[in-house]
Design a protein. Structure first.
Length: 362
């Protein structure tokens, strides 16, 4: 049974310089897109009671509160369903916040990236630090009590001190969740062809990350996943569903889903999606070996690590024996440690997690 939904809203007013996500500055297609999206949901969704519903983008806050409400009404939800909307701070008013609260959305995620106005301008963000502060204030006044901020570290001209200031300021605003992402220059972004100057090197990025762990855990944020921190009880249930390797629907252009052991991706072509929202760009039946590798890869992203008893039972293996050499090697380096239920990455291990996890792949 699939009880989690991701919906992609692929529209933006402009493209940020670091962004390689699928998004389009063609707002006049929004109405046609929402019709196609509604069609896809009605054809595919099986009326399960949802645990989570997540609007990502793009810029979901380009939807009106009525448009959000119309989409949410297509689903079977209850009072415990976590419904998240990603929002751009510059578009948030008190009136919009109050209207969103009436749609049953109960979790907001604001794309902050940094509070440094100079850097915000350099990376192509449309908002200012004050816009973020106001967005949080309006959201709280409207009754939202589950608010997340996204940050990027390793930005052009950014120092560790600047990043520390960002995090301390975020904590002072009384939010419940913070996501941190190291800047990666990826194909499809403006920066891929126009690499910015004065980027912090990998060592400085690593120091920024370790400093973030220090600051946030000291301020009662639980470091529950490599990139995510939450006040206890405010962990993102939608993202935990990914990291627990469970199934989910993906609706909208460029959305990915995982149903009945099949991973699929919708077309990234906006007009093709509008013409046929049921056509997948590709789909793949996950083999047992691939599922095991995904379980390990995703499980190690969580601070609690992997549960070997569950893995042994699910895949009929002895994890500690099967991967004895890898475990011994990285435990001797201090990158892995044993827990009551299995194994987890240490802080130092997280910094080289890609190298470690690659060894678990066949």
């Amino acid at each position: 049974m699939v009880r989690n939904v991701y919906i992609h809203i692929p529209f933006c007013k402009s493209k940020c310089k670091y962004c390689s996500f699928v998004s389009f500055c063609i707002l006049d297609l929004k109405s046609d897109y929402l019709s196609a999206l509604t069609n896809e949901i009605r054809q595919v969704y099986n009326n399960e009671i949802l645990k989570t519903l997540y609007f990502g983008g793009g810029t979901p806050s380009l939807l009106t509160s009525d448009e959000f409400a119309q989409i949410i009404r297509l689903f079977n939800i209850n009072s415990s369903t976590e419904i998240t909307a990603e929002l751009n701070p510059e578009q948030i008013t008190q009136n919009y916040s109050e209207k969103l609260k009436k749609t049953q959305i109960n979790r907001l995620s604001f794309g902050c990236q940094t509070f440094n106005n100079k850097i915000l301008k350099e990376i192509g963000r449309r908002h200012s630090a004050k816009d973020v502060e106001n967005a949080i204030k309006f959201a709280k006044q409207a009754g939202f009590n589950n608010i997340s901020l996204d940050f990027i570290y390793g930005l052009p001209n950014q120092t560790i001190e600047m990043f520390e200031q960002d995090l301390n300021h975020a904590v002072s605003l009384g939010i419940q969740h913070i996501s941190l992402y190291g800047l990666k220059i990826e194909k499809g972004s403006y920066y891929y062809k126009n690499r910015p100057k004065n980027l912090p090197d990998e060592d400085i990025q690593a120091d920024m990350y370790l400093k973030a762990i220090e600051i946030l855990t000291k301020n009662d944020f639980n470091h529950y996943e490599i990139s995510n921190f939450a006040i206890n009880g405010f962990e993102s249930q939608h993202n935990l569903n990914y990291w627990n390797n469970n199934s989910y629907y993906g609706f909208g252009a460029a959305a990915h889903g995982y149903e009945n052991g099949i991973r699929y991706a919708n077309t990234t072509n906006l007009k093709k999606y509008i013409n046929n929202p049921l056509l997948h760009k590709d789909s793949h039946k996950v083999t047992l070996q691939e599922e095991l590798e995904e379980e390990i890869f995703l499980g190690f992203r969580k601070s609690e690590g992997i549960n070997t008893e569950k893995i042994n039972k699910k895949f009929n293996i002895n994890f500690a024996e099967k991967y004895a050499e890898i475990l011994k090697k990285y435990m001797s380096y201090g990158y892995l440690k044993e827990t009551n239920t299995g194994f987890t990455l240490t802080k130092e291990g997280i910094l080289v997690s890609n190298i470690i996890l690659s060894e678990f792949l066949a």
